[in-house]
Design a protein around this ligand. Structure first.
Ligand code: CTP
Ligand code: MG
Length: 233
């Protein structure tokens, strides 16, 4: 059994839309709904735990009920999030069915995830225990100090830009979250918490279309990518 946690409790500040960016429309449906629809196309997924801001739980529930009535969504529930993504995911994890062996975490703000990538991540979790979607870094990346001087240029061939979904055995992820809470550690992704335990994390090559809708131009790009994908079918 596979549970999916979908953190949607951010404020979308960088989008500057005056509302949570996952409520914005992409190809006629809210970004959050598009994200959930991709999981409906993966038969192994048995529940989606949507994590919403405490003030937005009713809005999210109404949005998902309406979308479900239009076309069936995977089984979903809404729980309250926290002030940081990590706290939101922790709340989602606490709400997951204890019968789930595998838990995936996927940003609500990544509506263009392809079902094949979700399936590849699940498969890699079955063999390795932890797996993350990622793409080879296209840019040269430099380490820069506080004074704005270049410290180092890591070889690009070793650099991967990580995305979601990130998947783990449920018990491993729960142990990693408990340890991070005990240590007061705040990571920038879920895998970094698991890495601290010394548990293995496999990289699954994803695609460049799985962008995180973050700034206004990302919405323009996402619309174009969606249109191209629909023309491909
Ligand atoms: N998220 C969350 N709880 C938080 C912060 C973020 O559930 N306290 C979610 C967001 O809703 C988003 C995902 O985590 O789906 C990735 O975060 P990000 O892209 O940073 O979204 P926001 O925090 O909403 O945007 P910003 O940082 O620009 O305010
Ligand atoms: Mg954020």
């Amino acid at each position: 059994m596979v549970s999916v946690i979908i953190p949607a409790a951010g404020q979308g500040r960088r989008m500057q839309a005056g509302c949570n960016k996952v409520f914005l429309t992409l190809g006629g449906e809210p970004v959050l709904v598009r994200t959930l629809r991709q999981f409906a196309r993966v038969p192994a997924v048995s529940e989606c735990i949507v994590v919403a801001g405490a003030q937005e739980m009713e809005t999210v529930e109404a949005m998902l009920r309406a979308a479900d009535a239009r076309e069936g969504l995977p089984s979903w529930r809404v729980v309250a999030g926290g002030s940081e993504r990590q706290y939101s995911v922790a709340n989602g994890l606490a709400a997951c069915d204890k019968k789930a062996e595998i838990v995936l975490v996927h940003d609500a703000a990544r509506p263009l995830i392809r079902p094949a990538v979700i399936e590849a991540v699940i498969e890699a979790v079955r063999t390795t225990g932890g797996a993350i979607a990622a793409v080879p870094e296209k840019n040269t990346v430099k380490v820069v100090d506080a004074a704005g001087r270049v410290v180092e240029t890591p070889p690009r061939s070793a650099l991967w830009a990580v995305q979601t979904p990130q998947g783990f055995r449920r018990e491993t992820l729960a142990a990693a979250y408990a340890q991070a809470a005990a240590d007061g550690f705040l990571g920038t992704d879920d895998a970094s918490l698991v890495e601290r335990l010394g548990a293995p994390v496999a990289v699954v090559e994803s695609d460049y279309q799985n962008i995180k809708v973050t700034t206004p131009e990302d919405l323009v790009i996402a619309e174009a990518l969606l249109k191209a994908a629909q023309e491909d079918r």
